[in-house]
Design a protein around this ligand. Structure first.
Ligand code: UD1
Length: 415
């Protein structure tokens, strides 16, 4: 099993460019299935989850190829309707393919989605959304089977906010009959990017970024080339790398406008930054202040995906910080690994109290999920001595090449 080795203890100083966004690219790949033609995703991240979605599209009959970071998806003959269980198990966001399959050909079958174990992660909202649009859904022990000769527009009120269910509704309704109005939608930037992508394909979607999204069904879509936006979570992770080492770094292609809540927390800790034309210069040399209380929340709140990276930073700031994980109930798995590195953290339910210490020490630790794994890399950068991280495959799900980037930022890291 591949490992990552880090010798920590020195402030980062360097420059890196932010990769394309995983959470934007995956629903765009599902959207490509709605079009019997070619979509090109420019600047698409070469990460495990994208490769998995690519394999699924291939298994449905799509032809796909890469030119550097540009991913070509020719879905002309993608008339399969069964997503192999092995792939669905690999990745939770595979479930949004169900909406695209129903939109394209009125039927779909998919194994139960897997992904990072960070909570129960039910898919009830996804299925209710498709049912409201007219789908009949049967669940067997192995798979979810859905059919719907024609998606019919309607009003759907989400009982709680879900990024995936909002995307599911958008994808299913694009080629439907009439108008679908989604209410209490997620407002994440990735939803707004999906709307832009769909509209460039010829769809008619409005309202993304607000609570209400309207989708006016169209008959067909057209070929398109679209730039995948930079990954706000990767950018936040690297800012945490600067913070935890009290370094100074430059991030190119950094989506600062999508990181408002994170940057506020970074400033509260004593971090400074300037941003101009997509380049962010971060000076974290004065980071010294704990965070009295911070709750993860739906966008524009503090992103749950940056909770573990922030926790790593707080573990190195003397004084007590308090985090409340409000989105996924089981997202403190990495705490046990932080403790092995000398951190002092107490968890009760959704609350975590972090008693920051001046220094952590290197240890053999294991990544258990994507963002928690990245947080271990950060802890390793701050720790004295050597840290060896196993479970690298989790990190590769979302980071194109974390070792390359951290090296560019001046870290002592090897594979
Ligand atoms: C997406 C992101 C993930 C991020 C999360 C929250 C992708 C590929 N993944 O995940 O990185 O951490 O948003 O910002 O974009 N829920 C239900 N029933 C459902 C669906 C969700 O109860 O049918 C619950 C979840 O268990 C969770 C909450 O709703 O507690 C939010 O989940 P959701 O917004 O759906 O997250 P994902 O789309 O899975």
């Amino acid at each position: 099993m591949e490992q990552i080795r880090i010798r920590g203890g020195t402030p980062l100083c360097g420059e890196a460019a932010i990769q394309g966004s995983k959470n934007a690219a995956l629903p765009m790949m599902a959207a490509a299935l709605l079009h019997k033609g070619t979509s090109v995703l420019l600047g698409c991240p070469r990460i495990a989850d994208v490769f998995c979605m690519e394999k699924i599209l291939q298994s449905l009959g799509a032809a796909t190829w890469w030119e550097g970071n540009n991913l070509h998806l020719d879905c002309q003959s993608a008339d399969g309707f069964q997503v192999p269980a092995a792939y669905a198990k690999e990745m939770r966001s595979s479930v949004i393919l169900l909406g695209a399959l129903l939109g394209r050909q009125g039927k779909g079958r998919i194994g139960y989605p897997g992904g990072c174990i960070i909570g129960k992660r039910p898919i009830d909202l996804h299925l209710q959304t498709l049912q409201a649009l007219g789908a009949k859904i049967f669940e067997t022990d192995e798979a979810i089977v859905a059919s719907c000769p024609k998606i019919k527009g309607c009003h759907i009120y989400f009982p709680s906010v879900s990024v995936g269910a909002t995307e599911q509704g958008m994808l299913a309704a694009v080629l439907g009959e009439g108008t679908t109005c989604l209410h209490n939608c997620a407002k994440e930037p990735e939803i707004q990017w999906l709307q832009k992508f769909l509209n460039q394909m010829g769809a008619s979607v409005t309202g993304a970024g607000t609570e209400n999204i309207s989708i006016h069904g169209v008959k067909a879509l057209k070929d398109t080339r679209f730039s995948v936006p930079p990954d706000r979570i990767v950018a936040g992770t690297y800012l945490c790398a600067a913070a935890i080492t009290r370094g100074r770094i430059t991030l190119k292609n950094c989506p600062a406008k999508e990181l408002t809540a994170f940057l506020l927390a970074y400033q509260k800790m004593g971090g400074q930054y300037v941003e101009k034309n997509g380049t962010l210069l971060a000076d974290a040399s004065r980071i010294a202040f704990p965070i009295v209380e911070l709750t993860t929340a739906v966008y524009p709140g503090f992103p749950t995906d940056l909770q573990s990276p922030l926790m790593a930073v707080l573990a190195t700031i003397p004084g007590q910080s308090h985090l409340i994980e409000n989105i996924f109930e089981d997202r403190y798995k990495t705490v046990r690994e932080f403790l092995r590195m000398g951190a002092d953290i107490q968890v009760r339910g959704r609350d975590a109290w972090i008693n920051g210490r001046k220094c952590l020490h290197g240890a053999n630790v294991t990544a258990k999920e994507l963002r928690g794994g990245a947080a271990l890399v950060l802890a390793g950068l701050a720790a004295h001595g050597e840290t060896i991280i196993s479970g690298r495959q989790y990190i590769d799900r979302g980071y194109e090449n974390i070792c390359r980037d951290i090296l560019r930022l001046g870290g002592n890291i090897s594979e």
